[in-house]
Structure formats: C-alpha cells, structure tokens
Design a binder for this molecule. Structure first.
Ligand code: SAM
Length: 244
C-alpha cells in the first residue's frame, strides 16, 4: 500500500533581498560569478532581532535559502539548462532550474557586514538574486564540511567561459562622474562577460547577433551589443540609460 502524502509546510520569509538586480534578466546563473554585485538582506519582524545574528560576523560566507518568487508554480520533470544551449533536457532535480517544485533556491554568498542599528541588515557580495526575493533561512557556510573541489559536476564542470567587454567612450565618461562608477563598471563587466543574452539567441544568432540588448543593473539600463571582427566576439556597452 502506498503511504499517504506527507503534510505540506507553510513558511514565512525571514527577510527580503535588496540587490543590484531590479529584474531577473541578465543575472548571472550562480552566485559569485559577479563578485561586484552588492545586495542587502533586510530581516523582517519578528526575525529582525539582533540576537538572531549574534556570532554570524565570525563567518565570511552564508547559505541563503529562498523562494524563486518570480518563477511560475508550474513545473515539469524535464528542463533545458542554458548551459546545454537550451536544447538538451535533463531532470529538474539534476538542475539548478528556477522552475521547480516548491521553487526553493540555494545560494552561497559573501557576508560583508552586519548592521544592527535599525533592525538587521546584512551586506552581501556576489548575490545572484533579484531585488525583492523572499529569504527563508540563513546558515553559515562550513568550508571543511562543504567545500568539495574533487566533486563531479556533471554537465556544468566549470564556470562558464567569459567574453571580453568594451565600453564606449561616452559610457566611460558617465561612469567616471558617478560616485559608484568603479563598482558599477566592474558589475557591468562581470555581468556582460557571462553573455546574458537568452539561450535561444545565443544558439541561433551566435556571433551574427547585431541587435541591441538591455540589462538593468542598479539604476541604469545597460544597452549593449555583440561585436565581431572575426573570432572571438565580444560585448560592447553602447549606452547607459538612467531608469526613472
Ligand atoms: N544559486 C541559486 C540556486 O542554485 O538555487 C540560483 C540559481 S538560478 C539558475 C539563478 C537565476 O535565478 C538568475 O540568473 C536569475 O535569473 C534567477 N532568479 C534570481 N532571483 C529570482 C527570483 N526571486 N525568482 C525567479 N528567478 C530568480
């Protein structure tokens, strides 16, 4: 006889992410790929008690569990990882797909600071989460137990290849005028180097892709296009358009 289904669990987020990523398009596919990405985890009542983070400052990295709140609740057993060109299918549980049962995500991020002056705000580096992502839990990362460099990583054996990135002179001028210009430049560089174009365009257009794309980072829409003078191609930043 089959056992009855286990009861479900209702969960309440402990906090919310405020990040350099106003929307999910263009966000690197794992944490740490854009170390210049800054984020804050703002704990929400009743989880914003400073006692709850006592001792956390002695850890450099944290695991965050969260909900892919911008993904549909619908899921299918097979998904098409961008890493495989968006063509081949693997099981959802063999992937880090955002379209999964329970929509649970897991990211390893750097802990940069803890501010307990008003509630609790954790400064994070390398976060791969869209602003507004609800966080369910925080755990300190234990490298002696959890870092396994000898592990096999299936169809994603190494970090994705990086494309060169160039900036138009006007963009350099705009960046030079901003107080956060150096870190925004680094962020744009790290994000575009991952080739944030949709897998479909990467597959079909490749280096012949003349269209202009936009990716929103902090308060700007970064307009870029792929350039190719023979191989290899690279990403060129054409313009920064300030979001309202
Ligand atoms: N490191 C996490 C994991 O493995 O569970 C996330 C991996 S997932 C492949 C990363 C992508 O999730 C990002 O490129 C971004 O487009 C998307 N994403 C980030 N925050 C999200 C959210 N709140 N809802 C839906 N998608 C999100």
């Amino acid at each position: 006889p089959s056992s009855p289904a286990a009861p479900g669990f209702a969960m309440t987020p402990i906090g919310v992410i405020e990040s350099d990523y106003p929307d999910k398009f263009g966000i690197p596919r794992q944490p740490g790929l854009a170390p210049a990405a800054r984020a804050s985890l703002v704990l929400t009542p009743p989880h914003d008690d400073p006692l709850a983070v006592r001792g956390l400052e002695t850890f450099s990295h944290l695991w965050l569990t969260f909900v892919f709140h911008q993904s549909p609740e619908r899921w299918t057993p097979l998904v098409r990882p961008p890493r495989l060109g968006g063509n081949a299918r693997v099981g959802v549980f063999a992937s880090r797909s955002t379209h999964r049962p329970n929509r649970l995500g897991l990211s390893l991020v750097e802990l940069l600071e803890i501010d307990t002056r008003r509630g609790v705000r954790l400064g994070l580096g390398g976060c791969d989460l869209v602003s507004g992502t609800p966080i369910l839990d925080i755990k300190p990362y234990l490298p002696w137990a959890e870092a396994r460099p000898e592990a096999r990583a299936g169809f994603a054996p190494e970090a994705p290849p990086l494309l060169p990135v160039t900036f138009a002179p006007e963009v350099e001028t705009t960046l030079a005028k901003r107080a956060d210009g150096a870190s925004l430049r680094a962020l744009i560089h790290q994000v575009l180097a991952q080739d944030p174009r949709p897998a479909y365009h990467r597959r079909t257009l490749g280096g012949d892709d003349a269209r202009v794309y936009g990716v929103r980072l902090r308060d700007v829409d970064v307009r870029f296009r792929m350039e190719q003078a023979g191989e290899p191609s690279w990403m060129h930043v054409i313009e920064l358009v300030t979001l309202r």
